[in-house]
Design a protein around this ligand. Sequence first.
Ligand code: SIN
Ligand code: MN
Length: 267
Amino acid sequence: MRLTQTQIDDFHREGWLFLPEVFTPEEVALLKREAEGIYAEHRPEVWREKNGAPRIAFAAHTYNEAFRCLGSHPRLVEPVEQIFGEKLYMHQFKINAKSAFTGDVWQWHQDYGTWKRDDGMPEPRAMNISVFLDEVMPINGALMLVPRSQNAGDLEAGHDRETTSYPLWTLDNDTVSKLVEQGGIVAPTGKAGGVLLFHGNLVHGSAGNITPYPRKIVYLTLNAVSNHIRKPTRPEFIAHTDFAPIEPVPDNALTELARGSFRQAAE
Ligand code: SIN
Ligand code: MN
C-alpha cells in the first residue's frame, strides 16, 4: 500500500497520519480473537497492570501465526519503507490492551527517548505504525498526540518506574505544556481496522480506561535496517536484535488465514 504525496507531506508536517479502514472486519476479528487468547496466557511476554489486567503482549509476531502475518503485512511495511526509503526490520512488536475499566495511563513521552537510551538506537529513523483492534473513541483511552512536536527533537526525560507497571522515559509537565501551546492535542479515533503512524519523536500519551469498552491497539515499531540498535539492554522480546529486512507477505495472507481457521473450526 503506497501513500500519496499529500499524505507524505501531511506526515512530515504534523508528525502523524491516520488511515481509516485499512484492515477488513474479517481480518480484525481474527487478530482480536488471537490477542485475547494471548492475554489469557501466562508467559513472560505478557505484562500486566498493577491490578493484574493485561497491559502489553510483546513479540506476538514470533509465536502467533496471525500476528506473524501482521508483522510483515504490506499495508504496514510499505508506507514506512516509502517514508524512510530503505528496508526495515522489527524493533518492537506489542499489543496494548487498555482493558475495560482497568487500563492504566501511558504518561507523556517520546518513543525515540526510550529507543535511544535503553537500546542504543542511533537516529529517530524508526516509527510506530499501529492497527486499531477495537473502536478507538474519545472516551476509552485514545492515544493523544501533540502535532508537530517531532520538531523539538529528542527532549530531556526522566525514568519513571513508579507510575505504572512499565518503566518509561517521560517528559515533565512544563515541557508538554509549551509544546501543546504550539501544536495543541489531537486524539485520532475510528473503527477497528484503522491504522495510525507517528514519528519517533512525536510527544504522545493516553489516559486510563474506566469505560466498559476495551481499546486494543497493535504497534509495530519498524526501524530502518541501517539504524539498527547498537547497545541493547532490554530483553530480546522487547527490543529485537534480528536485523534481517522484513519481506512482506501477500496482501491477502490474513484473509486466507481467517478463512482457513474458520474452516478448521467448522470441521
Ligand atoms: C505507547 O505509547 O507506547 C502506548 C500508548 C498506548 O497504547 O496508549
Ligand atoms: Mn509510545
